[in-house]
Every structure is written in structure tokens, then in C-alpha cells.
Ligand binder design. Structure first.
Ligand code: NCD
Length: 308
């Protein structure tokens, strides 16, 4: 596997072998970090992080990953404190960041499809950390890595993705990442206005068996993994539509207790009202572990892209 110098724009950019290679490497780095704390693979290398939309996990796990690999991180800081506030374009901003010579750039930005443009502009490899509602490929890596660890396999799994499949970028990237494996079935569970975007189903083609449902109770017992997502309030053009759909699905311990078999429960986080704290103590609740897995899988990805 060589990902050296590679941009990561879409979850479809990887091959199955590359994905599995990253999972194995993440396991190795986890052990090495547990034993030795900070490693020295990326000594002398610099990662730039540019987040033009809010982030906790993605920004911090990339930062911790780079620092634990022995490298350094320069963060762009809040947009309001940069010349973006004076009207500088995102393109020029990126030209500047790239011009200072980072070894890689992690970018989150609000315009769908912009990650591909950024990859064209920048010399340094660009890692898409979310481009609007379009994609979030490194989230999909850690999501599938979590399934691989929890279930011991990815082939043949049945995953229910519930929530905001229309404005969410994690459901699309997760679908693309799962399409690298064999015999996967995805249930898209959402009220009609929030159902999965057609382009996602088109792009995964017949590599995944796709089903749709509007109610979780109809499918829950079939699932190996339940992947809950938040309504992307900030992307709703009409705040009234948000209010109307709010609460249309909610997972809590009482709901889950009605079923004989409860799947592994995941969520990219942040959660708001759709995944209740009463679920946290169930043995199937894996979302905090999932977030932590982001550190190792992103460390593996950085190590490969930097070629160190
Ligand atoms: C997700 C995102 O930014 O798309 N968060 C994350 O990176 N873990 C999910 C979300 O914001 O709902």
C-alpha cells in the first residue's frame, strides 16, 4: 500500500486493500502509542489544519494523531480572526496556507464538492475533513474500522443508517466506504424528506444491497449495526421544516428494550436529542469508542500519506 502524497477527497478514493491496510496499521499504532506514548515517525513534519466549519472530534483527533506521531500541527484558527473576515476568498486562503509548505492539509469547508477544488489548488496533499453535505471520508474510515473491530469482519454486515441522510455527509461517505466490501446490506431509515440522496445510491451501484424504511422498529432486529445521525440543523433551508422533523426518530434505552436483539450502536457525534444518554450504559453503545478510534485510524492515514 502506498498512499504517499495522495489527496483524500472521497471515500471512493480508496481500494479495499488500502482500507484494510489502514486498519491493520491503526491497530499497530494503537499498541505502539499505548506502550510508548509519543512516537517519532513524523518528526520534522508539519500538518496544517483548516476548519472553516465547527469541529471537535475531527480537528482534535487529527491534531493528537499528528502530535503522537512525533510531528507538529499549525492550526488556521477561527475564520473570524483571519483575513477571511476581510473578504479574502477560500481559494486565496488555501494558496497561502499551502505556500508555507505544510506536509499535508486537513480541510473542512462548507461548499459541497470544494475538497476536489482544494486538492487542485494545493501542492500539499489535501485531506477532506468535510465539504458541506457532500462527504467526510475519514469519518467513514473510523466508522468502518469500528465495525471491523467490533464484529471482526465487514463483509456481509447489515447496517441501518438512521436520521438525516439528505443533509448529512457521514451517511454518504459511510455508504461509499462500505461499498468496498462484499455482501453488505444498508437500510436507510428516515422520513421521506430526509431520505438518502439519489446520487449516493447511484454511486454505490449494485455493490451494496440498498433498502429504505421510514420506521426503525421495522428493521432494528435485522441490523448488525445501528448508525444514528443528527438532523443537520445548520443545513436546513427552512427552519420550520427542522422543527417539523425534529423528534421524528429518537433512540433511547426504553425503545431498545422492546427488542430481543440490540445491534452495535454507533453515532458520528455530536448527538443532540436523537440518541439519549440512557443508551450510554448498554454494552452495545460504541460511539465514544468510535470517536477514540478516530485517533488511530487518522494516525495511520497521516503516516501513509506522509510516507514516514
Ligand atoms: C459529523 C460531521 O461533521 O459531519 N461530525 C463529525 O465529524 N464527527 C457529524 C455531524 O456533525 O452531525
Amino acid at each position: 500500500m502506498s498512499l504517499r502524497g495522495r489527496d483524500v477527497v472521497s471515500a471512493l478514493d480508496f481500494t479495499r486493500e488500502e482500507v484494510e491496510g489502514l486498519f491493520e496499521l491503526a491497530e499497530r499504532l494503537r499498541r505502539e502509542m499505548e506502550e510508548r506514548g509519543t512516537l517519532s515517525y513524523a518528526r520534522g513534519r508539519v500538518l496544517a489544519t483548516v476548519f472553516l466549519e465547527p469541529s471537535t472530534r475531527t480537528r482534535l483527533s487529527f491534531t493528537f494523531a499528528m502530535v503522537r506521531l512525533g510531528g507538529s500541527v499549525v492550526d488556521f484558527g477561527p475564520e473570524a480572526a483571519s483575513s477571511r473576515a476581510k473578504g479574502e476568498s477560500v481559494e486565496d486562503t488555501l494558496r497561502m496556507v499551502d505556500g508555507y509548505g505544510p506536509d499535508a492539509i486537513v480541510l473542512r469547508q462548507g461548499v459541497p464538492g470544494f475538497a476536489a477544488r482544494a486538492a487542485e489548488i494545493c501542492e500539499a496533499p489535501v485531506i477532506n475533513a468535510g465539504d458541506g453535505w457532500n462527504e467526510h471520508p475519514t469519518q467513514a474510515l473510523l466508522d468502518v474500522y469500528t465495525m471491523w473491530r467490533e464484529l471482526g469482519r465487514v463483509d456481509g454486515v447489515t447496517v441501518g443508517i438512521v436520521g438525516d441522510l439528505r443533509y448529512g455527509r457521514t451517511p454518504s461517505s459511510l455508504s461509499y466506504m462500505l461499498s468496498h466490501f462484499d455482501g453488505v446490506r444498508i437500510w436507510y431509515v428516515a422520513p421521506d424528506p430526509l431520505q438518502i440522496r439519489e446520487e449516493v445510491v447511484e454511486r454505490i451501484g449494485d455493490r451494496v444491497e440498498v433498502r429504505r424504511a421510514s420506521r426503525l422498529e421495522e428493521v432494528l432486529e435485522e441490523l448488525d449495526v445501528l448508525y444514528v445521525t443528527r438532523l443537520q440543523k445548520e443545513r436546513f433551508p427552512d427552519p420550520e421544516e427542522y422543527e417539523r422533523l425534529k423528534g421524528s426518530y429518537r433512540v433511547d434505552a426504553e425503545f431498545l428494550s422492546r427488542f430481543e436483539r440490540v445491534p452495535v450502536i454507533m453515532h458520528p457525534l455530536p448527538r443532540v436529542w436523537e440518541l439519549d444518554e440512557s443508551v450510554d450504559s448498554l454494552p452495545q453503545a460504541k460511539y465514544f469508542e468510535q470517536a477514540r478510534n478516530g485517533l488511530y485510524v487518522r494516525a495511520a492515514l497521516l503516516k501513509e500519506i506522509l510516507g514516514v
